[in-house]
Ligand binder design. Structure first.
Ligand code: NAP
Length: 417
């Protein structure tokens, strides 16, 4: 039953629908959830137009009239600046807070405008501490490796700490000088012409991220969670990340999780049914492993910088960023987004690949518990690519492929549902 929401955001009425509520950090999805979207800059408008058609068609295919989405446009980036003189209006933030789940296209990071990346700002404001990046192969997508289908991982990257915390001082600054002399008090030497960055990794931040990864693995019947770290060198940050992970899993998931040590000491190396293996790998080894033994990995939980590198490396392995989806998830808020940028030179030309936003939408439907919609999108997307009906970026790499416009690609996906 639709609620009447009288509050306006950015001067706009909210369409008829219902609010998603959260119980214990999980969304409870009504039949017609109100979902705010940010179209995005540059190619964002082309991508959003195509993606929304795919989403609505998939929901219709799955549930007919019983369910639908009440899409509600909110503004950020260039469109917001043009209309409201503000890159990230308060009302857009208020709408995300009010409705909990949103989806966005890419946003320009203004250069020299003195404002921070809007993506980073959104993650911080809503404490979206998990960056989730599933990486899987769609048959037919050109890939630089021989067996790309062997990689099927979901990367949970910590999103708020590490060297991304923004605690950095330039060489010669008062802050850098003070920190250098402070550290000399511990008997350590730092060259005076050094810039200084700080890498905080907390027990709280690590455990909540690893917990989400384990919960995901249990709920989605994934076989393992691997904690990726560089703890052999950075013992009290990266190493502690791993130790806190095992400690938390031992306390909270004893019935569901088996660690690599216990696997051998108690189960003679044979994984018991219906349990998730928790292990860890050093970061450099992980990069080799995803290439040489990709099918041994399933869910990967890692710190911020490691996760940034690994997500793009894995995406490249299965055919690139144009079709890599992503989400930033907190306890009572989640924003699904394109992982590529605004590709401004293609703006308004109806040529860009909308795959990243379409597959991010599939992730959103999974998060909402509408798995039927996710499956319809995945299957139709896969079929369309197998028929070699693709946008320019894939067409130039696929002999014999048909080059489609953004809008035509969306239509082809819908036809293949
Ligand atoms: P970009 O927009 O990702 O584009 C770089 C190149 O990647 C494009 O020229 C295109 O290559 C290819 N590409 C990107 N998206 C594609 C898609 N959907 N389909 C096919 N090809 C795609 O990176 P950028 O030029 O460095 O950044 C432009 C702006 O985006 C900047 O303001 C940056 O800050 C912002 N950005 C935003 C996000 C975000 O919102 N999440 C992420 C990254 C960057 P070809 O020319 O070879 O076809």
């Amino acid at each position: 039953m639709s609620q009447v929401i009288t509050k306006k955001f950015n001067g706009l009425n909210v369409p008829a629908g219902e609010k998603i509520v959260f119980v214990n950090g999980k969304p409870v999805t009504p039949a017609k959830p109100i979902i705010p979207f940010i179209e995005g800059d540059g190619t964002g408008a082309d991508i959003w137009r195509a993606s929304k058609r795919v989403f609505d068609a998939a929901v219709d295919k799955a549930y007919g009239k019983a369910r639908s989405i009440a899409w509600f446009e909110i503004f950020a980036g260039e469109k917001a600046n043009e209309n409201f003189g503000n890159w990230l209006p308060e009302d857009s933030l208020a709408a995300i807070k009010e409705f909990g789940v949103g989806i966005k296209g890419p946003l320009t990071t203004p250069v020299g405008g003195g404002i921070r990346s809007l993506n980073v700002t959104l993650r911080q404001i809503f404490d979206l501490y998990c960056c989730v990046r599933p990486v899987r192969y769609f048959q037919g997508v050109p890939s630089p490796v021989v067996a790309p289908q062997k990689l099927d991982v979901v990367i949970f990257r910590e999103n708020t700490e590490d060297v991304y915390a923004g605690i950095e001082y330039p060489m010669g600054s008062e802050e850098a000088k003070k920190l250098i002399s402070f550290i000399e008090g511990f008997g350590k030497k730092i060259r005076p012409d050094s810039g200084i960055g700080i890498k905080p990794i907390s027990k709280f931040g690590s455990q909540r991220l690893i917990k989400r990864a384990i919960q995901y693995a249990i709920e989605n019947k994934r076989k393992s969670v691997t904690m990726m770290h560089k703890g052999n060198i950075m013992k009290f940050t990266e190493g502690a990340f791993r130790d806190w992970g095992y400690e938390m899993a031992n306390a909270e998931f004893k019935d569901n999780v088996v660690s690599e040590d216990t696997l051998w000491s108690e189960f003679e190396g044979k994984m018991p049914d219906n349990k998730v293996l928790l292990n860890d790998r050093i970061a450099d080894s992980m990069f080799q492993q995803v290439l040489t033994r990709p099918d041994e990995y399933s869910v990967i939980a890692t710190t911020n910088l490691n996760g940034d590198y690994l997500s793009d490396a894995c995406a490249a392995q299965v055919g690139g960023l144009g079709i890599a989806p992503g989400a930033n998830i907190g306890d009572e808020c989640a924003i699904f987004e394109a992982t590529h940028g605004t590709a401004p030179k293609y703006a308004g030309k109806d040529v860009i690949n909308p795959g990243s936003v379409i597959l991010s939408g599939a992730m959103m439907f999974e998060y909402l518990g509408w798995n039927e919609v996710r499956d319809i999108i995945h299957s139709a997307f896969g079929k369309t690519i197998q028929k070699k009906l693709v946008t320019y970026d894939l067409e130039r790499l696929m002999p014999g492929a048909t080059k489609l416009k953004t809008s035509e690609f969306a239509s082809a996906i819908i036809e293949n549902m």
